[in-house]
Ligand binder design. Structure first.
Ligand code: C2E
Ligand code: MG
Ligand code: MG
Length: 695
């Protein structure tokens, strides 16, 4: 660290030494010059005295000495006289030696007689004097003889001073030696004093300054320490703040990344179906909107394929939602494999999927994809150990032919899908404007059906069921008919699904049940005994909590005995009821018989079937149709028969139209037959007329 005191001491010391070293000699030189000037002026004054006083004796000596040698100048009476005069003049003065030169530089007089006659050696100073100036010099002698005795260690100032005659002409020169020893001693003394004074002053100054500097240094040190402490504190604070910032930063980064993740998750959820991972409705709609704009600009065509799984509700209901979800995931994966890579596949919800095909060349291309989608269901879906067959119906709308908006295209594809379903399962159908007409008709029909009950437009027909062995009437199935003033005769296949969808089936079904019971009881009371009557029951009815009360009311009202009543429930529909077993058991407990309708088309597992309190299986018409034509159908019928035998079910075959079919079924042990072979559904009057006769 920089030491101010030490620096100051060193520099000050050097400066003091330098100052003293310079000031001392300077002072000495100055004093010497003053002494010289003083002594010289005294010499000049003395010379004037000498000149005035010695003029006469000097002139007489000079005139007497003309032509004589030097001895004359030394020892002549004139010389002695001069000497005496000089000696008296010199006494009590500081002049210790006098020499007189003539113009030629010869020493004509000297207080030291030995020098008389010498020629002047110091030519330079002598010349100055001869020219009218005064020249002096300082000299030191270790010993000198004077008139007043000899002196030792003397400092002398020697001056050459011109001697002027009365006419002021220079006649020679004096050389005066003045003893300046006291001055010199004085000088030495004052020099010492000055030096000591200078040193003293400097030392005092130095000391004062040193104290000031030391104090300054202490203050500086303290401030430095304070600054260092402040710096340390600052550093600590900065470090702490940096740490804090770092922490905040990492926290911020963490928060940002968490938020980003959440956002992307939200974004993902907003645009994807969480179950299958496919795009969702919103995503599809946005993409379709964009595609419509693009396709419109480029003049390209696109297709919307509405895909709906057939009877998936039943599968879902019978096997549980867990299995249903599993199946949907498998379906989604399979569909994704069958659509083109560029196509967009989305799940609209439930069992509805939708596919967008862009840049479509022609209908054939769309048809190919539709066929592929349908064929995707040719292979069964594996569920644990079981295999399950599904099918899908596809409705197609095209842009721009079938609409130029998202709403139109999706609605029309949906309409086309319904048409495909109406054709049977596993079909596709392109949209036609007539379909919209059909859809509108459906709505109109629904409204009309609502009124049909009140307007007495419904009627029950009865189709006989006979003993396979002898053709005896064993029962009849009640089949509803609708005679609409606007639509004419409407078959159940047209309005039952509509009634199911709209909930009309509840009132309608109950009406059929009541009407049938009433009819059977009316017959019975009038002497026509129908051993057993079957009524179709919608699962929608069964699910209603008040159903059992209604049923009991009907039985009570009509007086119908439960033992003569059989309720037909579609196999797949039974599987869809939450507690089918319990509900069916309650019916059984009332004494009502139960039949599983359309058997073979559903998904009943053997285990489940065993548990159901059902007495009868009704082999579906589609299998009966295959007798003699389709070995597969025959095989199914055989299996059903064996199954029924082993589980103790009675079997009725539906849709028996030929003797061949009847014989085939009879051979296999099918107990009852129902079909056109033995009679179509007839009005109660027709039925009674036909069958009371036979009895
Ligand atoms: P389902 O219960 O399987 O009734 C048998 C259907 O097959 C009847 O059609 C019947 O007329 C028809 N059928 C019987 N034998 C033959 C035949 O040899 N050849 C042909 N081609 N068809 C035959 P329908 O009357 O049109 O009824 C259709 C379906 O509507 C019924 O099938 C049943 O599921 C439903 N349905 C009818 N009436 C009611 C009702 O009152 N309530 C409920 N919930 N459903 C009903
Ligand atoms: Mg039936
Ligand atoms: Mg049937």
């Amino acid at each position: 660290m920089f030491n101010l005191s030490r620096y100051f001491s060193t520099v000050s010391f050097i400066l003091i030494v330098l100052a003293a070293g310079v000031l001392g000699p300077f002072y000495r030189e100055l004093s010497l010059k003053q002494i010289t000037e003083l002594a010289e002026s005294r010499n000049v004054a003395m010379a004037q005295v000498f000149e005035n006083s010695l003029r006469e004796p000097l002139e007489s000596l000079m005139s007497a000495s003309v032509g004589r040698d030097n001895d004359f100048l030394r020892s002549s009476p004139e010389a002695a006289d001069l000497k005496t005069r000089v000696a008296s003049l010199m006494s009590n003065t500081s002049v210790v030696r006098v020499k007189i030169y003539n113009r030629l530089g010869n020493t004509v007089f000297s207080s030291d007689p030995g020098e008389i006659g010498d020629t002047q050696l110091d030519r330079l100073r002598f010349s100055t004097a001869i020219s009218g100036g005064v020249a002096s010099y300082m000299t030191h002698r270790s010993a000198i003889d004077t008139f007043e005795g000899s002196r030792t260690e003397v400092d002398l100032l020697a001056s050459y001073i011109p001697i002027r005659g009365p006419d002021k002409a220079i006649e020679g020169a004096f050389e005066l030696y003045q003893d300046v020893t006291p001055f010199m001693n004085q000088l030495e003394r004052s020099l010492w004093l000055v030096t000591a004074g200078v040193f003293g002053v400097f030392a005092a100054l130095y000391l004062m300054q040193y104290l000031v500097v030391r104090r300054a240094q202490r203050i500086l040190r303290e401030q430095e320490a304070r600054i260092a402490a402040a710096r340390d504190t600052l550093e600590i604070q900065v470090e702490a703040r940096t740490d804090e910032l770092k922490r905040t930063n990492t926290q911020l980064e963490l928060e940002i990344s968490e938020r980003r993740q959440a956002e992307s998750k939200l974004n993902y959820l907003a645009y994807h179906d969480p179950l299958t991972g496919l795009a969702n409705r919103r995503c599809f709609i946005e993409r379709l909107e964009g595609s419509l704009l693009e396709s419109g600009r480029r003049g390209e065509r696109l297709a919307v394929l509405f895909i709906d799984l057939d009877q998936f509700k039943q599968v879902n209901d019978s096997l549980g939602h867990g299995v249903g979800d599993e199946l949907l995931v498998m379906v989604a994966a399979r569909l994704a494999d069958y659509v083109r890579l560029i196509d967009m596949l989305a799940r609209l919800g439930g069992d509805e999927f939708i596919c967008l095909m862009e840049a479509v060349r022609d209908e054939d291309e769309v048809e190919t994809v539709a066929r592929e989608i349908i064929s995707a269901f040719d292979t069964p879906f594996g569920l644990d150990d079981n295999e399950l067959y599904l099918s899908a119906s596809v409705g197609i709308s095209l842009f721009p032919a079938d609409g130029d908006s998202v709403v139109d295209l999706m609605r029309n594809a949906d309409t086309a899908m319904y048409s495909a379903k109406a054709l049977g399962r596993g079909r596709f159908h392109f949209y036609t404007p007539e379909m919209t007409h059909e859809a509108q008709q459906r709505i109109r029909m629904e409204n009309q059906l609502r009124r049909a009950l009140d307007n007495d437009e419904l009627a029950v027909k009865l189709q006989p069921q006979v003993d396979t062995r002898d053709g005896r009437l064993v029962g009849a199935e009640a089949l509803v008919r609708w005679y609409s003033p606007e639509l004419g005769t409407v078959m159940p296949s047209q309005f039952i699904p509509l009634a199911e969808d709209s909930g009309i089936i509840i009132g309608l079904g109950n009406w059929v049940l009541r009407e049938t019971c009433r009819q059977v009881m009316q017959w019975r009371n009038s002497g026509f005994e129908l051993p057993m009557v079957s009524v179709n029951l919608s699962v929608k009815q069964l699910e209603r909590p008040e159903f059992f009360d209604t049923l009991q009311d009907i039985l009570d009202e009509t007086g119908m005995d439960a033992e003569s009543l059989k309720l037909e429930l579609t196999e797949s529909v039974v599987m869809g009821v939450g507690d089918a077993c319990g509900l069916l058991q309650r019916l059984r407990d009332l004494g009502i018989s139960l039949a599983l309708d359309d058997f073979g088309t559903g998904y009943s597992s053997l285990n489940y079937l065993k548990m159901l309190p059902v007495q009868q299986l009704k082999i579906d018409r589609s299998f009966v149709m295959g007798i003699g034509r389709n070995p597969g159908d025959e095989a199914i019928i055989r299996t059903v028969m064996e199954l029924a035998k082993s589980l103790g079910f009675e079997v009725v075959a539906e849709g028996v139209e030929t003797v061949e079919q009847a014989e085939f079924l009879g051979k296999l042990g099918c107990q009852q037959l129902q079909g056109f072979l033995h009679g179509k559904a007839l009005t109660p009057d027709e039925f009674r007329a036909r069958w009371s006769e036979a009895e």
